[in-house]
Design a protein. Sequence first.
Length: 700
Amino acid sequence: MSARSEPRALAEPSEPLLSVRSLCVDFASADGWLRAVEDVSFDVAPGEVLGVVGESGSGKSVSSLAVLDLLPHRASRVSAESIRFDGRELTQLSAEEMRRIRGGEISMIFQEPMTSLNPAYTVGNQIAETVRVHWGASRKHAWRHAVEMLDRVGIPDPHRRVKDYPHAFSGGMRQRAMIAMALSCGPKLLIADEPTTALDVTIQAQILELIRGLQSEFGMAVVFVTHDLGVVADICNRVVVMYAGQVVEHSNVADVYIRPSHPYTEGLLESMPQVAELGKPLTVIPGQVPRPQDFATGCRFGPRCKYESEACAQPVSLLESPSGMSRCVKVKDLELSGTRWRAVTGSTTAPSENGRADTHDPLLRVRGLAKEFPVQSSVLRRVVGRVRAVDGVDFEVAPGETLGLVGESGSGKSTVARLLLRLLEPTRGTIEFDGTDITTLSRRDLRKFRRNMQIVFQDPYSSLDPRSTIAETVGEPLEVHLGMKGAPRDERVAMLLERVGLGRHLLRRFPHEFSGGQRQRIAIARALALDPRLVICDEPVSSLDVSTQSQVINLLKELQSELELAYVFIAHDLSVVRHISDRIGVMYLGRIVEIGDAEQVYTRARHPYTAALLSAIPVPDHVAQRQRERIVLEGDVPSPLNPPSGCRFHTRCPYAMEICAVEDPPASSAPGGTTVYCHLHTSGPRLAGAPLAEYAGATI
């Protein structure tokens, strides 16, 4: 269990550390200059954490880059009444003076560390370079400081890892290396641009805890950019909500969750799966963030707002609200619902039935499924080891049922998805679909069989051919399997697009012309083209904004009810998996450690790993988030090339016993029909400090 560090008590400063007034950003386009950010103003006090939240396209990252003068000068124009940092007016500084401030006094952590770190240089060289540029330190001193910073951010064996290249680090470790680089010169202000968006919930919890601790230790201010209001509740003192290039709400973080003063903020809160009731569709904000050329002349949120009226047709400035500032003409008289949100482990609603009968024979039955990848020496190509990516997985999926598979990156979820379709050949085990063992089928028979099983991938942009129109992309399975071409194919594609909530007028467009949520709908339409009985969804919503994520989940549920589909739904967030799944299987290092009824697994976790995944989910409630006890797992998932002996989770488990290191835990049946693989449920605790009662209480 981690000891939660509270936010720093802020003194009343005579002057903000950073003060931004009337920031505007224009981008060049074929139609001339388009204003993407307009009239953005905010302050950041010394030692404060300010959250900037909103959907993709709201202008969050553009505003942060504009403050640091990091936007391309030829393609953008930045203007502001004032950008004042630590008593200096940044708009009046030369390019050289700004370079000295960037990295030295203001640092930035970017969303994707792999594209921010130079793959041609070691991590240590990149950190040391920052120190040498800003401090004028010697190579020896800069290198020693790089080792110290890696140690400070929790990189194991920093003296050795400092010599590694970025590709040798995991996603969480690369983000820690980026934090080490950003903090290497002791900045007064840290801008963190979506630093946890692409990470597993457990790694996200580690990064948030790290930033919180370092912020308190260094006394620096932080601007934390995100689209997740649960993360804001966890780490921020105040919050700025942005929409369509404007600030629409500015408030203390506690007030936002008690009584949001703008309908957009309320919509973001209601869209979070953590607060939704089981058995009901997730709340969504209709539509999407408009492009700059489509901004409304009045309230830009008006076309998506459930409170829209004639008064919203006129432009509106930020107005005082009971909790701060709001860009809403009705802020004085509109009573938003703003209730205290339910904690993540609570549930008062009975789980819904998905229309399936427990007496049905399984549609999919997996037994002893395993996949090993040989590791070969670079010269003689000899096999020197084997990566056990999947190691003895058993589960079943009934017709019309959804099985959720959840776990961190590296747990083997996506490998299982590819094995089910035989996109990868299993090393051993059986995969029976409707009574047929597909592992024995020839390639010719398998091709015919795949009409019954389709897959939706995590990133629709990389899975859709950028050179093909939507008609060609969605219609390709119809041509390959049914020989359907021309007008009949296009008519079938148009019907599929309408079924997933898109129009037939989009047939001749290309993937780059769509938003992320729309591209995912197109990928779902393609998967449905051949009327499959089973659809495998491999992280289909992990890269989407919370509202778009809810739209896709609702769509999948509607299609399942309409078409009687079975799903294998893969994700790393239990709060998302809970709302679409009938049963949940939790995977760790190639094995299932817990499987059972979705609500039982979610509300009564039996395995310590499941409990850690649950505790890492941010709760959209400022008070509850700060008071809850969090299980922060140390380190990353061990290498499947050399997995730990005994229980594979014992190296990170806070309740590990002596037996866990030497014996594999057998399957144990728990109340509610859950099957769990853990010695706490078979042998009982054998070490002092890990009583079973304490463990059980921690998981409720």
